[in-house]
Structures are given as C-alpha cells and as structure tokens.
Design a protein around this ligand. Structure first.
Ligand SMILES: Cc1ncc(COP(=O)(O)O)c(C=O)c1O
Length: 388
C-alpha cells in the first residue's frame, strides 16, 4: 500500500493542546510523495492537479514547485493560481460548462485550454477566447466509482465526431479528447475500457482529418487507505501499459485530485458532549457535517475514526456541533465508549473535506497547519514519537 500520513498519539495531543481543536494537519512531504508516486507510476503522463479537491495554497505551491500542471473549475481557482504566479500554460479549465465570469477570467489571465461536451459551449469558448485549445469530454460508464461524474458530464461517444467538427468550424484548436472514470475508482478496469473506446474515437477522428494530439485520462485515482485494499501500483501499471500500447505518440494528461491530497491530512477533533438517546449512545464532536465531515455528503466518504481508549465496541451516533438536526455524520458506527474531551484522530482527511466545508452557524472552518512547520516547534520527545 502507498504510505499515508498519520500522527502518533503524543503528536496529536501536543498539537491539540498547542493549537486547539478542531484542527487539520497537512503534511507537505506527503503531498510531494504522492505527486512523485504518480509521476513514477504513470510515466510520460502530464499531471494536472485538480485544485477543487483541496485548494490550500501551501499544497498548491508545493505542487507548482514540483512542476505540476493544474485543472481548474472556476474563476476563483484561476485567480488563485494567477495570484501565485502559476503560468497559464500549465492550466486547463476543465469544467465542461463554464460561467461567463469564468471565461472572462480565463481571457484575462491567459488560460486557453478548455474541455467541453456540448455544441452550445463551443460557441461560448470561441467567442471568449478565439482559437482556444479544446478537448472534448466523452462519457464513460463506471458504476464502480464512489462518485459517478458521468451522469452529469460527457458527450455520448456517438456525438463525438460531430462536436469535433463544430469546434473546428468555430476556429478552435481541436487538440484531443478527455474522460473521467468517476472519483475513487477502485481498479484499472474502467480506465482500460475507456482507453479502448478512445482508441477507436481517435481513429475515427483521424479518418475525418483531425490530428488529435492529446488524451486526458482525468482523475479518479483512489485514496489508498488501510480500510480499502487497493493496489495502486498494479492499477497504475495496467493503465500505463495500455496507454503505451494504444497511444504511443499521443500527449497524455491526467487530472488527479483525491490521490494527491487525500492521504496528506489528519483531522483532530474532540468529543464535546455525550448522550443516551432512544437507548443509543450519541457523541457530539467539535467538527461536523458542515465542516470537514462535509465529505460524508458531497464525497460519500466513510471516515475512519481513531480513538484512544480500551473497551467493548458499541454502536454509536456521531453528530456535529451545529444546531441543525441534519448535522449527524455517522449512525451505528462501532466505537469504544468515549468521554467528553477525548480526542479523535481522523487520517486521510485531505480530499473534498475542507474544500466543501462551510461556516454555517458561525463555526469557523477548521484551521489547517503544516505538519513540517509544527514539527519544528515540538519538544524533541514528542517529535521523535511522530511519524509521517
Ligand atoms: C473534470 C475533473 N477532473 C478531475 C477531477 C478530480 O477527480 P479525483 O479527485 O477523483 O481525482 C474531477 C473531480 O470531480 C473533475 O470533475
């Protein structure tokens, strides 16, 4: 399994005491390690980090420093990257349906690579950025993914040639095709099927006089956690082999989000209340569904809670701190009995967590500190106990 960042108990306790809770602890070394892993295991594929998964500027800067390109979805993400001095050549605006202000910001900041999946979008892009470079997003079906993006995006393969022709007629630089197999895809299968479909689409396009030069295989690479037995080395090996066989002369891009940031961050949260309701144990935490645990709703993610007491496991309900009755993260989650003030460590909290958190009810978003900076302040005894 690919390694992941996890604090030890002494390090967690020290950080909770020093910074308070809830607290997110981000390891930039883990960001670098994840980026390096994908560059090594998907050789020749230009990685465009999907900023939506975690837009933290320190994380983005670490990737920019390593030479990463970026996938953005909005005007805000483009402006953030522009303010960090990221060259627009390294950016693809990969939202198939763009806002007017998104297109205006692309024009202003020099971003000129786009994805599209409809005729209507072609004229909007051509009007805003004449001669812009475009990739057609084509739908692939993958019911195995945790989040199926193909219900919302992607032209049907039968429409592909027509859309490429319309894009060419509008004077756009028709560079290639892209897909996204869905987020947290547990195996290589969907990629391998897509690669076959796209091989045929490239051939059909060539017969119509298109010299497509780019295939973008999107994101979806899974967060390897101890709970899920996913062999990412084998998975990327199969994808790489299929790409080399089917697309030896094509420029290859990918848009990994969760794989890069998921394992980089730990949440430290605290029990702030306990209750017995209808014969069930309830625990109230200082972080909830409107905060880091927003991933329960938006990302369908089942967070693993690490606790530090001994005892018989019981089913419990875990709720967040807000006054909304929706703010319940887990029901019937097996746990040892906990007490008020107990700390809970939640590893693998870096993707689609803080990014989709709100400040509902006036609860601030959990602050994010950088582990490598915090570690430098720790007394030696604690620091030695902490692992990355
Ligand atoms: C167009 C696009 N690219 C990349 C990603 C990143 O996907 P993942 O985090 O699964 O790698 C997404 C996620 O929604 C997406 O919509």
């Amino acid at each position: 399994m690919q390694n992941y960042f996890k604090l030890t108990r002494p390090a967690m306790e020290w950080l909770a005491e020093r910074y308070g809770t809830p607290l997110l602890v981000l390891s930039l070394e883990q960001v670098q390690s994840n980026y390096r892993f994908l560059t090594e295991h998907l050789p020749g594929v230009k990685l465009h980090y999907a900023v939506k998964a975690n837009p933290d500027r320190r994380l983005v800067k670490a990737l920019a420093d390593m030479g990463s390109c970026f996938d953005v979805a909005s005007d805000g993400e483009m402006m953030d990257l522009a303010s960090m001095g990221v060259d627009p050549e390294r950016i693809i605006y990969a939202n198939p349906v763009k806002t007017a202000s998104g297109l205006a910001v692309a024009r202003r900041t020099g971003v000129h690579k786009f994805t599209f999946d409809s005729e209507h979008e072609i004229s909007r892009i051509a009007q805003a950025i004449p001669g812009g470079t475009v990739l057609l997003r084509v739908r692939v079906d993958n019911p195995r993914a945790l989040v199926d993006l193909n219900k919302k995006f992607g032209a049907h393969p039968d429409e592909a040639l027509h859309l490429l022709q319309v894009a060419r007629q509008h004077g756009l630089d028709v560079a290639g095709l892209c897909f996204h197999v869905g987020s947290q895809s547990p195996s290589a299968d969907a990629y391998l099927e897509a690669i076959q479909v796209f091989r045929r689409l490239f051939e059909a396009a060539a017969a119509e006089g298109f010299a497509l030069r780019v295939l973008d295989i999107g994101g979806g690479f899974p967060i390897p956690t101890p709970q899920e037995n996913i062999d990412v080395v084998a998975m990327t090996g199969k994808i790489s082999k299929a790409l080399a066989q089917n697309f030896p002369h094509t420029e290859l891009w990918a848009e990994p989000g969760r794989f890069i940031c998921g394992t980089t961050t730990n949440l430290i949260t605290r029990v702030i209340g306990t209750q017995i309701r209808n014969n069930q144990q309830w625990y109230f935490l200082d972080e909830g569904l409107y905060g880091t645990f927003s991933g329960v709703i938006f990302d369908h993610w089942d967070f693993h809670l690490e606790t530090f007491r001994q005892g018989q496991f019981i089913p419990a309900t875990f709720a967040g701190p807000s006054c909304d009755s929706l703010d319940i993260m887990f029901r019937d989650k097996m746990t040892v009995p906990l007490a008020v003030d107990d700390l809970i460590l939640v590893p693998n909290c870096g993707a689609y967590t803080s990014a989709s958190a709100t400040t509902f009810n006036g609860f601030g978003k959990a602050p994010i500190i950088v582990w490598e900076e915090a570690r430098a302040e720790m007394p030696a005894a604690v620091e030695l106990a902490a692992v990355g």
